[in-house]
Design a binder for this molecule. Structure first.
Ligand code: MRU
Length: 363
């Protein structure tokens, strides 16, 4: 984790939903496919169910799937402590491999699973139950670090906001997407906590509607002023509604500062540049992938065409029409005004300095 030294601590208590946590030997998540109509928590222990929940977006958002992948892996091993030590370790590797492949774009998922697998290799001589306890401690640390990173992102991002600011955002990057108060929405939560009035314009985010279903739900629940826009209205909103800045999250940030995020982000960055509106990306260090030099190397998840052809089970396009199913796009660094991390605000060209900081911190 990258820690800024000059960050004043805030003592805030915001009532936010807990998207992902450990509960009585299980991974407990809010089933986000049901929101906003129904709030339901589900407990997962079986590796098939963990993979299904991540793939189906019951739990989603880059940091949240990292935490869910780690806790889910530990939960799935709990019923198998009486295997022989080699069988137990083989199961850990095999289940870890399945979970890390459940979604390809958000680097946080592979990062979190790999961290557990590294922990296991360091604990080479441990018994199954010792190893399991050590993995649970590591997964819990990932959750707690994520919570802390969200708070620090919020504190740094808060410096960009004023009373009366209007922020346009995309997808869902709040509590539902992390273990804490979110990434792009973290400054908004802290502004609200300080009594500042900040208005959020949330794009609907077709096809799965993370903006209208999830961002609108969690911000309304917190008493924050939120307006939902059809995706196609975003450029017009920038022209007509006095947008002060765009803040989005990220699924992967690579060495040259290019950013993969929910499809539609690239178009928002182009529209923001045209309207001279600053375009910020907020993300924790677990979202950085310094191994890739540029955004064209990022694996982009392709999703089934029925997510576009159908809505709530109803057909809304011809059944056999071709669909472009990219779930993410890549925004080039040159369109990004700044990247807000737990260590502060950086220019995309400074991403390489974050690499050396994280090497020092052994992220
Ligand atoms: O497909 P999703 O809903 O997992 O996509 C989520 C996003 O694109 C978010 O913007 C990103 O993961 C950052 S969440 C803090």
């Amino acid at each position: 984790m990258l820690l800024g030294k000059d960050v004043p601590r805030l003592t805030v208590s915001i009532d936010i939903p807990q998207a992902v946590r450990w509960h009585a030997g299980a991974l407990r998540i809010i089933d986000q496919t049901l929101l906003p109509a129904e709030y339901r928590e589900i407990d997962l222990v079986d590796v098939d169910d963990v993979v299904e929940a991540i793939t189906r977006l019951r739990v989603r958002g880059a940091p949240a799937i990292g935490v869910a992948g780690a806790l889910g892996l530990v939960a799935s091993l709990g019923p198998h402590l009486d295997l022989s030590a080699p069988e137990f370790r083989a199961r850990l590797e095999e289940s870890g491999d399945r979970i890390r492949k459940a979604r390809p774009t958000a680097t946080n998922l592979a990062w979190a699973v790999d961290r557990l697998l590294r922990r296991a290799r360091l604990d080479a001589g441990a018994s199954n139950s010792e190893l399991w306890s050590s993995l649970l401690a590591e997964a819990t640390a990932i959750l707690e670090e994520d919570r802390e990173m969200c708070r620090r992102i919020g504190e740094h991002g808060l410096k960009l906001l004023r009373d009366g600011s209007t922020v346009l955002t995309h997808c869902n990057t709040g509590a539902l997407a992390t273990a804490g108060i979110g990434t792009a929405l973290a400054p908004v939560y802290l502004a609200a906590e300080r009594g500042l009035c900040v208005r959020v314009l949330a794009t609907e985010t077709r096809p799965l509607l993370q903006g209208s279903r999830l961002t609108a739900w969690e911000l309304e629940r917190a008493g924050i002023d939120v307006t939902v826009l059809p995706d196609g209205a975003a450029a017009d909103a920038m022209r007509a509604l006095g947008v002060d800045m765009v803040i989005v999250g990220a699924d992967r940030i690579v060495a040259n500062g290019d950013v993969a995020n929910k499809v539609g982000t690239y178009g928002l960055a182009i529209a923001a540049r045209h309207h001279r509106i600053p375009f910020y990306v907020a993300a924790p260090s677990s979202t950085f992938d310094f191994s890739l030099e540029s955004g064209d190397r990022i694996p982009i998840e392709q999703r089934g065409g029925d997510e576009v052809r159908r809505m709530s089970g109803r057909q809304i396009a011809p059944e056999t029409v071709a669909v472009y199913g990219a779930a993410f796009d890549v925004t080039p660094a040159e369109l990004i005004s700044g990247i807000i991390t737990e260590a502060g605000l950086f220019k995309p060209t400074e991403v390489s300095t974050l690499r050396s900081r994280s090497d020092n911190a052994e992220v």
